[in-house]
Write a protein that binds this ligand. Structure first.
Ligand SMILES: *Cc1c(COP(=O)(O)O)cnc(C)c1O
Length: 353
């Protein structure tokens, strides 16, 4: 299918003259900076950050094997989701397509921007309803489809062939949210970027990299798409503290890998435990750092755990997902505590019967 990014852009964005900050205009090496109304004291954070995060991008581009011109950095991937919607969807005219259950920020972002959301239910096995998807993709006012894999809150994957099929069948933008990809056995679909100009992959340092507090999201796409995101982003969207600390953190080469291994081992222990428990009617295998399980006691168990200082997430999202609890994988100790209290609760229920 013919794809033209220019045609997809909102007219006001196409003709937008971007805000030009002091640090965008000046490119040389200066020793006296009197251009941005900063306080000259209190180094180093008295200065505005590098608007294009040059050093950090250089490093991340090596790690990810993607050219810098195909990489965008956002204040968390949530910012990238918002920027994509704002670049391509005319309020009250255009639509996005998303799924239930999935990450709900796509919907919130669309609603804030007054953009209509088409939400398709996943199948009973939490797969994409592909026939219905293909039908929807014909809608001229549909501009973006958001696909999350591994999917939050289930933890299952969307196969690569399905992504290819969707990219091939859509004139709009296909956004693949790989927030949990580092925990998955299948790995990233970044390679597909070379094949599909309408694909945009987003990742984050908030989950596997353990840097949620710093807010750094990664967007990958065609040079043209990245230029558009750069044009509309807030000039200083990634703080200097974030740029510095992330860069430093990326030198700890084995840390992330080791943590992922530990988390995946703990996940398998929790999975085995939940499967064996009589409380849960269903426990889903996960390629992410959480496990979804269903129990008719979901509210009671949630409260029971809260009273013992453990917070989990209720995921009751009818019609496809009912009575769900999503357990994030914590440390080995935290996981033992969780299992201990679930067992306590189970015993209470058994004695009550
Ligand atoms: C957590 C999460 C994000 C948010 O990432 P940030 O980079 O912290 O904004 C994005 N997508 C999904 C599916 C998530 O679960």
């Amino acid at each position: 299918m013919e794809f033209n990014l220019e045609d997809l852009l909102r007219p006001n964005i196409k003709k937008l003259k971007p805000y030009s900050s002091a640090r965008t205009e000046f490119k040389g090496k200066a020793s006296i900076l009197l251009d941005a109304n900063e306080n000259p004291y209190n180094l180093p954070y008295n200065r505005y950050p590098d608007p294009f995060q040059t050093k950090l991008k250089e490093r991340l581009s090596q790690i990810k094997g993607v050219a810098q011109e195909n990489l965008f950095l956002g204040n968390g991937s949530d910012e990238i989701i918002d920027l994509l919607i704002r670049a391509f969807c005319v309020p009250q005219v255009d639509k996005i397509l998303t799924f239930s259950p999935s990450y709900t920020m796509y919907i919130t972002s669309a609603e804030i921007n007054d953009v209509e959301v088409v939400e398709l239910n996943l199948t009973a096995d939490f797969d994409l309803p592909i026939d219905k998807v293909l039908e929807q993709l014909k809608d001229e006012s549909l501009k973006i489809i958001f696909i999350c894999t591994p999917n939050n809150p289930v933890g299952n994957l969307v196969p690569c062939e399905i992504i290819s099929l969707i990219c091939n069948s859509f004139k709009g933008l296909v956004v693949l949210d790989e927030a949990y990809v580092d925990f998955s056995t299948e790995g990233s679909m970044l390679d597909l970027l070379r094949k599909y100009p309408n694909l945009c992959v987003i990742q984050t340092l908030s989950k596997a990299y353990g840097l949620a507090g710093l807010r750094l999201g990664l967007g990958f796409g065609s040079t043209q798409l990245i230029q558009i995101l750069n044009k509309i982003k807030p000039p200083y969207n990634v703080s200097q503290a974030t740029q510095d600390i992330v860069l430093e953190s990326l030198t700890q080469t084995n840390r992330v890998e080791e943590e992922i291994k530990k988390i995946c081992n703990t996940r398998e222990r929790l999975y085995t435990y939940l499967k064996a428990s009589s409380l849960f009617s269903k426990v889903y295998p996960s390629e992410a750092n959480f496990i979804l399980a269903q129990t008719r006691y979901y509210k009671e168990l949630y409260e029971y755990l809260c009273e013992r200082g453990i917070v989990v997430r209720i995921r009751n999202i009818p019609p496809v997902l009912q009575e769900g609890l999503r357990f994030t994988i914590g440390t080995e100790f935290e996981n033992k505590e969780l299992m201990k209290y679930i067992t306590e609760f189970e015993t209470l229920k058994k004695n009550a019967d």
